[in-house]
Design a protein. Structure first.
Length: 211
């Protein structure tokens, strides 16, 4: 009898976390690290003078963020997230409208993201795939820059003039849970709109908790 009781207790301890997690699986909260590959505007717009050349190449950002999601059903969630990418030096090409000369100057830039939208997932199991389409904003924040006179126009002036831009984020990933603890990895394309659509690779990864 004693061995039977010990066996029953061991089974209960083994299965309780999963059952408990299912009972409280109303949503998730988590933090994450972020990799963001910024694509500068590729063509001049009405806010960028025609004498300006476009910034070349990409800038790789690293940041941190957090997200909160609530279950609508076992397969659907509504999710909000925000993240902050630390200051990086983005190359900014410019030309002088009067002197006819060209220069490349550093632009210290930071990025703030805020997104909200639905998330569809493969049920409420411990391991699941998911996809999402979110809308929101991206805020390009510039530190004071040096060079220049009024005659020098900046290739990133469109982003400077209107730091906040609308974004569309389609993405997906994988998450795995044991009891209430889990790990999640996302990958997607954060598209911001500034004189056209500009595509930016975004990868996030970090721990999550069910509640």
């Amino acid at each position: 009898m004693r061995k039977l009781l010990m066996f029953a207790a061991a089974v209960a301890l083994w299965t309780a976390p999963a059952a408990f997690a299912q009972d409280i699986n109303h949503g998730e909260v988590g933090v994450f690290g972020e990799y963001y590959r910024f694509t500068p505007p590729g063509t001049p717009t009405s806010t960028i003078p025609t004498t300006a050349t476009t910034a070349s190449g990409h800038t790789n950002f690293a940041g941190v963020g957090g997200r909160l999601s609530f279950n609508v059903s076992r397969s659907w969630q509504l999710e909000a997230e925000s993240s902050y990418d630390f200051s990086q030096v983005a190359g900014s090409a410019s030309t002088s409208a009067t002197a006819g000369s060209a220069a490349i100057a550093p632009s210290n830039m930071r990025v703030l993201h805020a997104l909200f939208g639905p998330k569809i997932q493969t049920g409420g199991g411990p391991v699941r795939l998911f996809g999402t389409v979110k809308g929101g904003i991206v805020d390009f924040r510039f530190d004071p820059t040096t060079p220049g006179t009024a005659a020098v126009t900046n290739a990133l002036s469109g982003l400077r003039a209107s730091n906040v831009n609308g974004v569309l984020y389609p993405g997906g990933g994988l998450e795995a849970y044991w009891w209430i603890f889990g790990w999640r990895t996302d990958i997607g394309d954060e598209i911001y709109f500034s004189g056209g659509a500009h595509h930016n690779l975004r990868i996030t990864f970090g721990p999550h908790i069910r509640f």
